[in-house]
Design a protein around this ligand. Structure first.
Ligand SMILES: [Zn+2]
Length: 189
């Protein structure tokens, strides 16, 4: 069981005070909010590649680094980072070879069925107006998608125009960043 393994490790981690190098308060010292993908290749690589250490930034992770709903939990987290936790810049960082790029929602739905979710349940949801295929679909072009998500933040009525919102991509192997859109040219001073 993975949980048992995690708990056993954790007990030693705390006992040995291995947390000491990571102690910091909750205010991001680099004043950044970063929205990126949940991809496992980015767990350590992203932080190393952009020189972010524990305590430096608010990290918001979601599949594909996509911000779809202007009033969903990702956007809510960004607003909290900016207005309650003093983040001054927002970075949306998508990555090459993202699983959400060209993801087929039908395959996800098939996998749900393999796990015992019935067609009836799926039909019921669709009858209540939830378009599962649309909800689960990925994106076609990484740069376009980063820009689209950046614009959800930039155009948000509750985001001050003075907050720069940048869009980037990262190579999940080399850590190389590419700027899709630089927020300084758009934010007002
Ligand atoms: Zn991804």
């Amino acid at each position: 069981m993975k949980l048992d393994e995690i708990l056993a490790f954790n007990e030693k981690f705390v006992e040995n005070k291995d947390y000491i190098p990571y102690v910091s308060d909750g205010v991001p010292s680099k004043k950044l909010a970063i929205i990126t993908c949940m991809d496992a290749r980015l767990i350590e690589l992203l932080q190393k590649a952009i020189n972010i250490k524990n305590g430096d930034a608010k990290m918001i992770k979601t599949a594909g680094a996509q911000i779809n709903n202007p009033y969903g939990s990702i956007m809510r987290s960004i607003l909290v980072a900016v207005y309650a936790l003093k983040a001054e810049e927002v970075l949306v960082i998508g990555h090459l070879n993202c699983g959400m790029n060209s993801m087929d929602p039908n395959k996800v739905i098939d996998s749900m069925k393999d796990h015992g979710i019935s067609q009836e349940t799926i039909n019921t949801l669709e009858h209540t107006g939830i378009d599962l295929k649309d909800w689960l679909k990925g994106f076609n072009n990484l740069e376009d998608e980063v820009l689209r998500s950046v614009n959800v933040v930039r155009d948000h009525p509750l985001i001050a125009k003075t907050i720069p919102v940048h869009g980037l991509t990262i190579d999940p192997t080399t850590g190389k960043l590419t700027v899709v859109t630089n927020g300084y040219s758009i934010a007002s001073h």
